[in-house]
Write a protein that binds this ligand. Structure first.
Ligand SMILES: Nc1ncnc2c1ncn2[C@@H]1O[C@H](COP(=O)(O)OP(=O)(O)OP(=O)(O)O)[C@@H](O)[C@H]1O
Ligand SMILES: [Mg+2]
Length: 265
């Protein structure tokens, strides 16, 4: 995708900071889901969150995007602290694509624009350009059941990008895909974000994915989740996924993360 694709989005890119959590606690009734999480991510920074199941990763994403509020502490998204303002700034891409089965690719991709009041016809025209940039040309009129899992996730991502939000939240976006498609999409997402930068928070169970897609990785402890380590990912600048995976610095970071996860689980 080319950076000028941003011109097609509805909302202008928002200026300001990225995402910040200060001493955030989240309780559900008597359950402490997140206990004292602080983190800060600059605008267009890429953060990966790893941690054992149930440690509060999805809860952190819900708090960032204003679907739920912190019980204690402050959540800031581009300077905004209210749930409504946070919601307006974030787009969420879930693990399972939530494409509407009765809409074709272009119709699904256009949904976010329609939600912003753009007419159906105009929204469809606007996303056609993005469809081409996302390598989905020729599939505009196909329905979700006619697409592979990887393609469905690409449409889902396209829809997320078309919403024109500056903050993208990914909750295990490739978790349901086979390893080859997953590798392919990780690489594709990396290059797409290089061309059209966004502030991204990615939750993943996959340590390699966390390193490939994050410039910072935070490791959470088992419930009640705390941030136990923050790792800055300093790796050589290369587009080649294979080269990165083979690099000794990558192996070192992967081992460090795996041993931290062994301790936290
Ligand atoms: N709406 C809710 N009501 C009550 N408890 C909840 C709610 N949402 C999450 N929890 C609890 O909070 C804890 C953290 O859940 P969360 O879904 O954030 O974990 P997670 O790290 O995303 O796990 P997984 O890796 O399995 O997706 C869990 O114990 C969960 O049961
Ligand atoms: Mg989760």
């Amino acid at each position: 995708m080319h950076p000028s694709a941003e011109a097609k989005t509805v909302a202008p890119p928002v200026q300001g900071e990225g995402v910040e959590l200060v001493d955030v606690v989240k309780r559900f009734g008597g359950t402490v889901a997140v206990s004292g999480a602080s983190l800060s991510l600059p605008r267009h920074g890429r953060l990966s969150i790893v941690g054992p199941s149930g440690c509060g990763k999805s809860t952190i994403l819900s708090m960032i995007c204003g679907l739920t509020d912190a019980s204690e502490g402050v959540v800031r998204v581009e300077g905004a602290t209210t749930m409504k303002e946070r919601l307006a700034r974030c787009a969420w891409m879930p693990q399972r694509d939530l494409l509407l089965p009765w809409r074709d690719v272009a119709g699904n991709a256009a949904l976010a624009l329609e939600n912003h009041g753009v007419s159906k016809k105009e929204a469809r025209e606007q996303v056609l350009d993005l469809i081409e940039r996302f390598g989905l040309s020729g599939f505009e009129k196909k329905y979700p059941h006619q697409l592979s899992g990887g393609m469905r996730q690409r449409v889902s991502f396209l829809r997320t990008m078309a919403a024109g939000k500056d903050v993208l939240l990914f909750d295990e976006p490739f978790g349901a895909l086979d390893s080859i498609t997953r590798a392919d999409l990780q690489q594709w997402l990396r290059l797409t974000l290089d061309e059209a930068p966004r502030t991204t928070v990615l939750v993943t169970h996959d340590v390699e994915e966390a390193l490939l897609l994050g410039d910072t990785v935070v490791v959470m402890s088992a419930r009640p989740g705390r941030i136990v380590q923050r790792i800055e990912v300093e790796l050589p600048q290369t587009d080649s996924r294979r080269e990165l995976l083979r690099h000794p610095a990558f192996a070192e970071l992967r081992d460090e993360l795996l041993s931290l996860l062994e301790v936290t689980e």
